[in-house]
Unconditional design. Structure first.
Length: 364
């Protein structure tokens, strides 16, 4: 128990008069009162009276201003559903509580946890242009956590994406925030956001249709996952292939499978992220030559390990050729292609989901 007494101690005995303050009253311990759930200390810089501090502020002070927790939500296209099970295209992005129901906000120079309900972000055709990349932020607007997008990235070209100066990020107390002031957008609302105020949550890729984002879960062509989370990421796998049952190849140069550039997927990463990819295809052949491969931002040059059509010379039959490619940490857009080349005569390539699959894995 905290004990508080006057520095001076009166040595006189109490007089019999009951209407006056007695020496024993003076010498008694004082009661120290405070609100519940607080810690006594002082946040204000100069010396002064003791202040009641919430535990979160004490933690922040102990961390010397650095953020001691990360945002607890997850950006998703389905309300209240961090992990979606079917392909979704939507003009609304949700930030739903996941590992916690708090986001960090810098209040009076100190990172503090602020509770949030599920937040939503409305995309518009005028503010979120087709095939552009936008970062998603949360900031306090009139004291309430508000979701918004920042400026479009300077480049959204696969293999050379970049934020540019206006959309760049910086760190404050370890937390990623907007490096430059910007006009935050949510639907028809716009917010003036000073630099280092909004907390970075993730990144969006707008479809070929303005104001819309897609996440694919099923096998098919031109797959994409248009929502990338900076925190609480999950493993994502895009599955690519051609629905043509069988076809032959006459082109002796590397090219997209079945001469279709849509046999590919587009991977979005807001920060450096590694990508792994495996391409399996059933091929009927009697030639031991390279037949399939994986293209990284290229349809003319395979990366990683190419696949042979048969295991040994003289073999004739049908087998699954397997190509692999590990893509080191990349930021922005990366397009991964199914590639093939004519390895000789008498070769038949098999399509459909049971015979052809490019599997591309990453975290989002």
């Amino acid at each position: 128990m905290v004990s508080v007494k006057h520095k001076f101690n009166c040595e006189l005995a109490d007089a019999p008069s009951g209407g006056f303050v007695k020496p024993s009253n003076w010498n008694e311990e004082h009661e120290l009162h405070s609100a519940s759930g607080v810690i006594l200390g002082r946040k204000t810089a100069e010396a002064g009276a003791v202040e009641e501090l919430p535990p979160s502020m004490v933690m922040s002070l102990l961390c010397d201003g650095a953020a001691f927790f990360q945002p607890g939500g997850y950006l998703t296209l389905a309300s209240g559903t961090p992990r979606i099970g079917t392909s979704v295209s939507s003009s609304t992005i949700y930030y739903t509580p996941d590992t916690s129901g708090c986001i960090p906000a810098r209040i009076s120079g100190v990172w503090m946890p602020v509770p949030f309900p599920q937040l939503s972000l409305a995309l518009t055709t005028s503010s979120h242009l087709a095939a552009n990349i936008y970062d998603v932020y949360v900031a306090l607007v009139d004291g309430s956590p508000t979701l918004m997008t920042g400026p479009a990235w300077a480049s959204s070209v696969a293999g050379s994406s970049s934020r540019g100066t206006s959309a760049d990020l910086s760190r404050v107390g370890g937390m990623l925030v907007n490096a430059a002031a910007f006009a935050g957008v949510n639907g028809e609302s716009s917010y003036v956001i000073d630099n280092a105020v909004a907390v970075y949550l993730g990144t969006l890729l707008i479809d070929a249709t303005a104001g819309q984002v897609t996440c694919h879960t099923e096998w098919g062509q031109n797959r994409t996952w248009g929502v990338w989370n900076a925190y609480n990421r999950r493993n994502v796998r895009l599955l690519v292939g051609d629905s043509t049952s069988t076809y032959s190849v006459s082109n002796s140069s590397w090219h997209a499978s079945n001469s279709n550039d849509n046999n590919s997927c587009l991977v979005l990463t807001g920060l450096p992220e590694c990508i792994d990819s495996t391409f399996i295809q059933k091929i009927s052949s009697n030639n031991r030559s390279p037949t399939i491969g994986i293209g990284v931002n290229s349809t003319s040059s395979p990366s990683g390990v190419q696949a042979l059509a048969q295991p040994t010379t003289g073999y004739s039959g049908t087998l699954n050729a397997v190509a692999n490619c590990y893509i080191p940490a990349v930021t922005g857009l990366t397009r991964v292609y199914c590639l093939e080349v004519n390895g000789g005569s008498n070769m038949t390539y098999h399509g459909t989901s049971g015979n052809m699959q490019l599997s591309v894995g990453f975290s989002a």
